[in-house]
Write a protein that binds this ligand. Structure first.
Ligand SMILES: [Fe+2]
Length: 386
């Protein structure tokens, strides 16, 4: 029997489905907003979504300005630039639109407007004292789950490490997940963000912090992403696949927000911080190798992942089923044609000891890992991925 206390923290409101973004103006009105800062990136502006978002706000009489200089894997400098603009006017709503980067910058900007000091004071868990300016987050990719999580990630340029501001105040007032906004995403973004979502689902399902309630979301996410990811990458206009990815990513995000992620993310962060490897690619490459190591920590759950991914495993032993899950994930990754090894990502063997030392310091994530990991274990996992 699982006697953990079940809890679920989510945004006040989640709207999901084709056309959900049309409700933005109404929801902003319901919050009582008069002046909104839209935080986004050039790609979202160029796709026309930035203009659409402003139009929806203005239709409800809400003034809107745009900060469109969020970079991918943003650093402290990017946050400061956004914060400078946010302080120019009395904004009472921040709308984050885009992938994880604009949504995270929007969330941190919101709390930095109401808390003293700099962001360095808030890297860590539950250090934010005051609720931020209300936020509405609208993903245009299906992957990060940033619209439903209480972690916002920034690169600490001084330490070349990704750091997280973890607080319930990072959660938005409203999360709006509209698969139609993902239709213009190129295959490279669909694959890297999609494999990030799959990582969230699998890691949170096998996390030591998982509960019966997070399992509901994680299992459904694994099924939907397993069924949709390849098609969404191969044919971006396939509405069913885009819907499956949007909902799968949302569910994976809810599960991750409450059960946490494990060693894959811990091992992926140094790749991002030191070698600029995109978050989803770093996770996707390492996921099967970490799963292979973790199998012994929770054989029945890893075996169940193979079932959820549609593998034919009925005649296998439970242990073989569990190992089949990592093979199934590796096959998905191979089909998505993203770099297949650390060597292809120009990460040299000599970097492994330093990365392993950095990874094990992500104690927030490592405590969730179903199998205890030493620095030597981590080095071996990186070596397997060379
Ligand atoms: Fe992630």
């Amino acid at each position: 029997m699982d006697n953990k206390i079940i809890s679920l923290r989510t945004p006040h409101l989640i709207l999901a489905g084709f056309g959900a973004s049309e409700r933005l103006g109404q929801e902003a009105r319901a919050i009582g907003a008069w002046k909104a800062l839209v935080v986004t990136d050039r790609g979202v502006v160029d796709s026309g979504t930035g203009k659409k978002v402003r139009g929806l706000l203005e239709k409800e009489g809400i003034g809107a300005e745009t900060f469109d200089r969020v970079i991918s894997d943003p650093d402290v400098g990017c946050l400061e630039a956004c914060l400078d603009m946010a302080k120019e006017e009395p904004y009472d709503l921040i709308v984050g639109v885009g992938g994880g980067s604009p949504m995270d910058i929007a969330s941190i900007t919101s709390v930095m407007l109401t808390n003293p000091g700099t962001v360095y004071d808030y890297f860590g868990i539950n250090l934010v004292k005051n609720p931020g300016v209300p936020t509405i987050l609208i993903p245009t990719t299906a992957g990060t789950g940033a619209e439903v999580t209480q972690n916002a990630i920034l690169t600490d340029t001084r330490e070349k490490l990704k750091k997280a501001v973890v607080s319930p105040y990072i959660l938005p007032r409203v999360a709006i997940v509209d698969p139609s906004l993902t239709l213009s995403m190129p295959p490279s973004v669909t694959s890297s963000s999609g494999i990030d979502a799959l990582t969230h689902a699998i890691e949170s399902y096998t996390s030591n912090n998982a509960t019966l309630l997070t399992d509901l979301f994680a299992k459904e996410a694994i099924i939907r992403i397993g069924q949709s990811l390849r098609t969404a990458v191969a044919n971006g206009n396939d509405l069913e696949a885009r819907y499956g990815m949007a909902i799968g990513s949302l569910y994976a995000g809810i599960s991750l927000a409450n059960a946490g992620v494990t060693a894959v993310h811990a091992l992926a962060y140094p790749l991002g911080g030191q070698f600029n490897v995109a978050h989803g690619i770093a996770n996707g490459l390492l996921l099967p190798y970490v799963m292979e190591f973790n199998v012994l920590g929770n054989i029945s759950k890893f075996a169940h992942i193979a079932h959820l991914l549609g593998e034919r495993v009925e005649s296998m032993t439970l242990r073989d089923q569990a190992y089949q899950a990592s093979r199934a994930v590796k096959a998905i990754y191979r089909d998505l044609v993203i770099p297949q090894s650390l060597t292809e990502l120009r990460v040299p063997k000599e970097a492994i000891p330093g990365m392993a030392k950095a990874a094990i310091q992500s104690t927030r994530l490592m405590v969730n890992n179903p199998r205890t990991m030493t620095v030597q274990d981590i080095e071996r996992i990186y070596e397997n991925a060379l």
